[in-house]
Design a protein around this ligand. Structure first.
Ligand code: AMP
Length: 451
């Protein structure tokens, strides 16, 4: 099948040709005609499969087919994404594929000033790409009107649920017209996603382009067992001896990302930069740019910051520390081996992480090959220790409720600024109320103790 068979206009075909794509990927072949027809779609597609173009191209096609009837603050298409990075990436794809068309789009996320975003939407805009938290802030300022919304896209929906955005999404859905086209993209197809899909989608076309919960096939995975305090040394050695020119390294915490970056530079003479949720949007964008342009060799990232990052032909991903949640492993290694390119994912696993590796292999339904490096063979006398719970990290726990709350609060911090006035407080009233209830409880118990 060729792109010319998919029902796309000349402007889009020209942009595709300029990108150098010759054949549509499987998700594009299946999704594009259905979306143009106006069908709801439920697509299980991993990152790296070309899913962004899979919904961006038909959306642009549809926009070009109808005359806008929007008024001020109204929008036609809304793409919701879990992170700023993914929002930016989708916006970039829109720009790339729509560069020979005329339409207006904007990207909305927290961590930057809200007023310019309000001003842009006020003028009336075709496409908004947004993270849920900031979009609710805009709603609370009566800055957006969904009454003419034609299409809603939930990108990486599984991740949005993981990050505790379900209530934000529900609040947004209440404001939207019932009659609209909805597209739901998710890397995994969990029970929660099925539930969300059945509530949201009407007679959806179901598209599945890869085996459930499996990683992209082009990723060559390997595990090296190594002691925790020798990981830095092993990583430096691998980078140098195997001449890795561009490697994305995942760690669990923001502090760990800063520390490793410093160590790689100080002890290994390796140019590295960190990307995590405590960095300003400006420095995150700068770090990513310098890595993409190969000015720095290593990008050290936490899961949240790395979500949605698309680096053309990235050859290596290193799990310096394994993630606490197996799905995150799939997402991490999905940064490499994208769109047909080959990639390698190397995990440095210490004795404390053996249970995490077990969970990952169970989830992936496969054993990851273990390659022994003699000089770094683990010391058999070292006993495993419990992995420290980190703020904001998703630690496997039997206390499901508290885990969810913790996640939600840390993610909210990463995505949006805190509510500042009454109007915002109203819109996110329940969250605020929860906080007030907790404070009140604390106060009461303190008073009791004093008595
Ligand atoms: P995604 O899964 O949307 O994150 O896309 C992964 C990568 O595949 C991006 O770098 C795209 O530019 C690239 N890509 C998308 N569609 C195609 C295609 N038909 N042929 C080659 N590369 C593509």
């Amino acid at each position: 099948m060729k792109f010319t068979d998919l029902g796309l206009n000349e402007s889009l075909l020209k942009a595709i040709q300029e990108q150098g794509y010759s054949i549509p990927t499987p998700i594009q072949q299946q999704a594009i005609p259905q979306i143009i027809k106006g069908k709801d779609v439920l697509a299980t597609a991993q990152t790296g499969t070309g899913k962004t173009a899979g919904f961006t191209l038909p959306l642009l096609q549809k926009l070009s087919q109808t005359e806008p009837k929007m008024q001020k603050k109204q929008i036609r298409v809304l793409v919701l994404t879990p992170t700023r990075e993914l929002a930016l990436q989708v916006a970039q794809s829109m720009q790339t594929y729509g560069k020979h068309m005329s339409y207006r789009s904007t990207v909305i996320f927290g961590g930057v000033g809200i007023n310019p975003q309000l001003a842009t939407i006020r003028k009336g805009i075709d496409i908004v790409i947004a993270t849920p938290g900031r979009l609710l802030d805009i709603v609370s300022k009566e800055g957006i009107d969904f009454s003419n919304l034609e299409t809603l896209i939930l990108d990486e929906a599984d991740r949005m649920l993981d990050m505790g955005f379900i209530n934000d999404i529900k609040k947004l859905l209440h404001l939207m017209p019932k009659k609209k086209q909805t597209l739901l993209f998710s890397a995994t197809f969990s029970k929660e996603i099925k539930k969300l899909a059945s509530a949201l989608l009407v007679n959806p076309v179901v598209i599945e382009v890869a085996r459930e919960n499996s990683a992209t096939k082009q990723v060559n995975q390997v595990v090296h067992y190594v002691d925790k305090d020798r990981k830095r040394e092993l990583l430096s050695q691998l980078i140098k001896t195997q001449k890795w020119e561009q490697v994305l390294v995942f760690v669990r915490t923001k502090h760990g990302a800063n520390r490793l970056t410093k160590q790689l530079e100080e002890y290994g003479g390796i140019k590295a930069v960190a990307i995590h949720g405590n960095k300003s949007q400006g420095s995150r964008t700068k770090a990513l740019k310098s890595f993409k342009e190969k000015e720095v060799q290593v990008l050290v990232a936490t899961d949240i910051a790395a979500r949605g990052i698309d680096i053309d032909k990235l050859p290596y991903v290193v799990n310096y520390e394994l993630p606490n949640v197996p799905e995150d492993y799939v997402h991490r290694i999905g940064r490499t081996g994208r769109a047909g390119a080959e990639g390698k994912a190397i995990s440095l696993v210490c004795i404390d992480e053996h249970p995490l590796l077990f969970e990952i292999e169970k989830f992936m339904k496969m054993k990851i090959p273990k390659v022994d490096i003699e000089a770094f063979r683990p010391d058999p006398t070292i006993k495993p220790e419990k992995i420290q719970k980190q703020r904001g990290s998703k630690v496997k726990s039997t206390h499901k409720k508290s885990k969810h709350k913790k996640q939600q609060s840390s993610q909210t911090k990463e995505q949006t600024k805190k509510p500042k006035n009454d109007t915002i407080a109203k819109a996110i009233g329940s969250r605020l109320q929860e906080k007030l209830d907790r404070l009140e409880k604390k106060q009461k118990s303190q008073n009791k103790r004093k008595k």
